[in-house]
Design a protein around this ligand. Structure first.
Ligand code: MN
Length: 746
């Protein structure tokens, strides 16, 4: 999709610009006012002046004076995250060391050690994110290192990212894609984990606007159209509750309806395969009480009972995060009740303090922390991250994945047989639980009893389960265990143990190799071992010895080697296998004129279409340079896109389709409708008769008066497919027609 961007150019004169900058700065000061202590204002002013002077000749892509960006980031820090004076100063200065002549020494002199350290942390992150070569995963590790140093770094970084997302419009399309992917992949989960719900939601919505522009616009439009109707419904729903709560002498409370985010509605539509109209919880009702600390729980439950007196609750949908707060600190009571017109409505009950934590996350957590002595879940979380960072993994992509599953996922609570509570990430297995108790227990785990029933070690645990681990002294960790553990502790312990075993077995391989080399009068030292590992394309000598020991490498080959000039002489590599040959032919055989690949002069680039999303001309696509399979074309809404773009941004190439009516592409659609005698005829007549589209395969299944048809067909481009979908939907008796998203669903 190539559109000309319509950005209002800033036609202000210098005087007007100055005024605008000062206005924004004053608004920032105003927001900060309640937190200012004597002397603070001067420091903030000094930071503003240093930043304004340093950035004075710089402009953003939109044409705005650059200084408006640090002011905006500082304002987000203060207003939306609830940070204080130091963070505000750091936010104002956050791009100075990175982009201007300002040095850390200068900051140290002017603003002291604390500010300097935070700006330094922010600069390190910026450095990594700006380079194309290094991977996002590695960047992420750096981010985490600074997080455990001083969490304010990450909060300011999130504010920075939020402002950049809010102003992403003026960036080039591929930049928008990369930044948006990174945002959904890393920053939104991080904001969520920090307890910054509003920021997480806004980041997701903004990213979706660029990654899924059509769906975004569609849902935004629908929400807009139903706004008045929804407001009326919310009022009807709230009225009796307001009365009840007031009558119970709660004087200070708020009750209102809050729309769900576009992203979460879309997510639900996809997950449940339903239309916008079928998503029942387009909004949630929120009740916020102002209760003293010792009455919080009691009051929340009191209001809960008033809500459920008025409306019938759904028994499975009560979430009690009062007794067991989420690990990011979130506390509230959620319930779903049957409202007027038989609609399900989610009601969230919490106190002002809880609401503060829900909105300001980590920052609010600190504010209230002084009141509690126990180590909070948040501190625990940070401590666990620190532990993980001290055991660095070599592969940073693995590291990011591990981190995401073990630290960014939601938590479940499970119990030991003695009733102690353990917190584990969602998706944890019995084996994860075993490792969380003790490494030895994990390593010797052969099964578990969950709620007194025997289950395999791969069994996925659910909140509330009581788990008893069964061990055996004969058990040893196995490679396949890695497939069903999600916690980083279990993963690294299993890997350690496998490595140890490999080393023991490898000893034998090393001995065999040494003997063979000596026979050929080739020295057998580490240098040669590494040369040989390189020849076999094996990563380490440890793996080499192991492969030899288990006979995956044939040592008879050594007979063909010789030694001269301090180097082993290997025979010439063998010809490409016939299988590989036919593979590359396949890629060549594909016509290559339907696609323009930017940044390359030749249009003779080999490419293939990704199987996971089966793009067709007209789809929004990008190219991805694979290892060994050339360029692969994916749809930007491919399920794998976010991961690829975020992890391997430097391997992404911009691509665009060129109309070509001669080549057709295989795609699939699913049709759901009422089962009636003529229906197959009608469908096939339309597809191959009227529209002259070739069908490759067709299956129909009927059940209880409904049928589901799966059609694989060849289309030329997206327009043709969309037209077909529309025509099919218009046929009598057809309920729903949709395109397959992934390989799996075919
Ligand atoms: Mn910035």
């Amino acid at each position: 999709m190539e559109t000309t961007l319509n950005i209002p150019q800033y036609k202000m004169n210098e005087e007007q610009e100055k005024k605008a900058i000062l206005r924004k700065y004053r608004a920032l000061l105003h927001a900060l006012k309640p937190k200012l202590k004597p002397g603070d204002k001067e420091q903030v002013r000094a930071a503003f002046e240093v930043a304004a002077e340093a950035h004075k000749n710089m402009r953003r892509k939109s044409g705005e004076p650059y200084i408006l960006h640090p002011i905006a980031v500082a304002t987000i820090c203060v207003e939306e995250i609830g940070l204080g004076v130091t963070s505000c100063i750091c936010a104002l200065l956050h791009d100075t060391v990175e982009d201007t002549d300002i040095t850390l020494e200068f900051l140290q002199r002017e603003f002291g050690a604390e500010v300097t350290k935070i700006v330094d942390g922010l600069t390190k992150i910026a450095n990594v994110l700006d380079s194309n070569i290094s991977q996002q995963a590695e960047n992420f590790r750096k981010i985490l290192l600074t997080l455990t140093d001083d969490p304010r770094v990450i909060l300011i970084k999130l504010a920075d990212r939020l402002h950049n997302m809010r102003t992403l419009e003026s960036m080039r399309r591929e930049k928008q894609l990369k930044i948006s992917s990174e945002t959904v992949y890393v920053y939104a989960p991080l904001a969520h984990r920090m307890g910054l719900y509003n920021i997480k939601t806004e980041l997701e919505d903004l990213a979706m606007k660029y990654l899924e522009p059509d769906s975004y616009r569609y849902i935004a439009q629908k929400l807009d159209n139903t706004k008045r109707e929804r407001a009326r419904y919310i009022n009807d729903f709230i009225r009796p509750l307001k009365e009840k709560i007031t009558n119970a002498h709660f004087v200070d409370f708020e009750i209102y309806g809050r729309p769900k985010s576009i992203h979460s509605i879309w997510h639900k539509m996809k997950k449940k395969g339903v239309s916008f109209e079928e998503v029942y919880d387009l909004f949630a009702i929120r009740i916020i009480l102002n209760s003293p600390p010792d009455r919080e729980k009691e009051d929340c439950w009191k209001v809960y009972s008033m809500v459920t007196d008025e409306y019938t609750p759904s028994p499975e949908r009560l979430r009690d995060w009062l007794s067991n707060p989420k690990s990011n600190g979130y506390e509230a009571l959620h319930t779903t009740v049957m409202g007027p017109q038989g609609k399900w409505v989610e009601v969230q009950i919490r106190t002002k303090r809880m609401n503060d934590i829900a909105e300001k996350g980590l920052a609010a957590h600190w504010k209230y922390k002084e009141e509690t002595t126990e180590e909070s879940r948040f501190d625990k979380w940070i401590r666990q991250i620190r532990d993980m960072l001290e055991n660095p993994e070599t592969n940073s992509v693995d590291f990011l994945q591990d981190f995401k599953t073990s630290f960014l996922a939601e938590d479940i609570y499970v119990y030991t047989p003695k009733g102690d509570i353990k917190m584990l990430p969602v998706g944890s297995s019995a084996l994860d639980f075993a490792f969380s108790i003790h490494t030895k227990i994990g390593e010797s785990c052969i099964g578990a009893k969950v709620n007194h029933k025997l289950v395999p070690i791969s069994h996925k645990l659910r909140s509330g389960d009581q788990v008893e681990i069964i061990t055996s002294s004969k058990q040893k960790p196995k490679a396949e265990w890695l497939k069903f553990v999600v916690t980083s502790k279990a993963k690294s312990k299993i890997k350690d143990s496998l490595k140890e075993e490999k080393r023991t077995i490898g000893e034998e391989g090393k001995l065999l190799l040494t003997k063979r080399l000596e026979q050929m009068h080739i020295p057998a030292t580490q240098v040669q071992f590494e040369e040989i590992a390189g020849y076999f394309k094996i990563n380490s000598t440890l793996d080499l010895f192991y492969e030899i020991a288990i006979k995956r490498i044939d040592l008879n080959e050594v007979k063909q080697w010789s030694y001269s000039g301090d180097k082993i002489v290997f025979p010439k590599p063998e010809k490409v296998s016939p299988e590989e040959k036919s593979n590359s032919n396949k890629i060549l055989a594909k016509k290559d004129t339907e696609l323009i690949i930017f940044g390359e002069s030749s249009d003779k680039i080999k490419y293939s279409l990704a199987n996971c999303c089966k793009p067709i001309p007209g789809d929004d696509v990008f190219g991805f340079i694979t290892q060994g399979e050339g360029l692969k074309i994916h749809r930007t809404n491919c399920p794998n896109a976010a991961r690829l773009l975020a992890n391997y941004g430097h391997r992404v190439v911009k691509t665009k389709w060129v109309k070509n009516k001669e080549i057709s592409f295989l795609t699939g659609i699913k049709i759901i409708g009422l089962d009636d005698v003529g229906v197959i005829n009608k469908i096939t007549n339309l597809i191959s008769g009227t529209l002259k589209i070739n069908i490759s395969a067709l299956t129909i299944e009927a059940k209880d008066g409904l049928f589901e048809g799966n059609v694989k067909l060849y289309v030329h481009d997206r327009d043709e497919l969309e037209n077909l979908v529309k025509r099919l939907t218009d046929l009598p008796g057809i309920e729903k027609v949709e395109r397959y998203d992934t390989e799996n669903s075919i």
